[in-house]
Design a protein around this ligand. Sequence first.
Ligand code: ZN
Length: 166
Amino acid sequence: MRILFYPDPVLRKRARDADPRAKGLRELVDEMLKTMKEASGVGLAAPQVGESVRLFVASDTGEIEDAMVCLNPKVEPFGPFAQMEEGCLSVPGVRRDIRRSESVRLKWTDLEGKPQEGEFHGLLARIIQHECDHLDGVLFFERMSEADRLSIRDDLKALEEQFSPR
Ligand code: ZN
């Protein structure tokens, strides 16, 4: 499974709702988990592999066994903010501090179609916020400080030259 890179337009679209009964959904999730692991990532959203649906996988250890699979997530960040360095598999070579809430409340649908909810903190809360952003077409550099955004301008230009659809 191929990961799409910035500036692929699929990454900027708001994804449509996921249907837990959709044909091929389990296969898609299995492929996403494998792709995340192979890329040494800790999360992957379906639009990053070209499927514009509201689905992500996240694992704060990077291991498939520890991964959560979330359909149609509704995220509510809370608690104090923290700065932490982030990267994105779709924006290779760019890492900067991003300010996000330390905790989230999350409601989602699992692969069986059952509603779930929980509270998450620390790294997992950060991954969840990053992946939920992907479902709304938001990339992590849009949450950088102005100074950091300026500092990555050339990196983004290089990605645009390399990966613009022709
Ligand atoms: Zn990402």
